[in-house]
Design a protein around this ligand. Sequence first.
Ligand SMILES: C[S@@+](CC[C@H](N)C(=O)[O-])C[C@H]1O[C@@H](n2cnc3c(N)ncnc32)[C@H](O)[C@@H]1O
Length: 188
Amino acid sequence: MSHSITRMISAIAPIYDPVIEWFLHGEEKVRKRMADRIPDFERGLDIGCGTGTFLEALRKRGGGELYGLDISKRMLRVAKRKHRGMEFVRGSALCLPFRDSSFDAVFSTMMMHHLTHEERVAALKEIRRVLRPEGAYYSLEFGEEGLDRIGRAVTGLGYLHESEAQGFEVGEKEAWEKGLVWRALHRK
Ligand SMILES: C[S@@+](CC[C@H](N)C(=O)[O-])C[C@H]1O[C@@H](n2cnc3c(N)ncnc32)[C@H](O)[C@@H]1O
């Protein structure tokens, strides 16, 4: 866990949920909105799942097998305590501990800004590798525009650029509140 923002988030794992609720102003609504935008899938992976709240929204919606991966032991400790019936795995987005073509949906919410440009390129390559040919990657991430003061402070390492997603086609794209951008990237 090399970046200071990742270390800081990991350190606040036990209070991450109230912090993110404060940031999103009504987390449940935002998570539901994300979950409702994802078509049915058999096996889904949330990269940088944190405390697993998005996976819980997906479970409530109903759907396939759920996996959460995070680099932070502390985040996963909270996630495992809160959620049963999902698989949580410790690992890095840069080297996913899964076989080729093992998921039909991969998601990440507010994780990509923890990575440098080179790391995002590597992570997107890994995401493409673990996706089935018809699969898609769904991302909620800060965009360059519309960031408020807090958004600017937390996106020190940069934003997700579509040019970094080699081998994907950009599908649905929407600007959300807090400078966040929702994107569906379909594996080509
Ligand atoms: C801002 S939190 C977002 C957590 C969750 N996705 C959410 O929406 O609340 C970013 C998460 O990404 C994780 N993370 C950062 N770098 C990572 C990496 N290289 N591989 C996997 N997870 C990473 C952090 O540990 C943290 O849990």
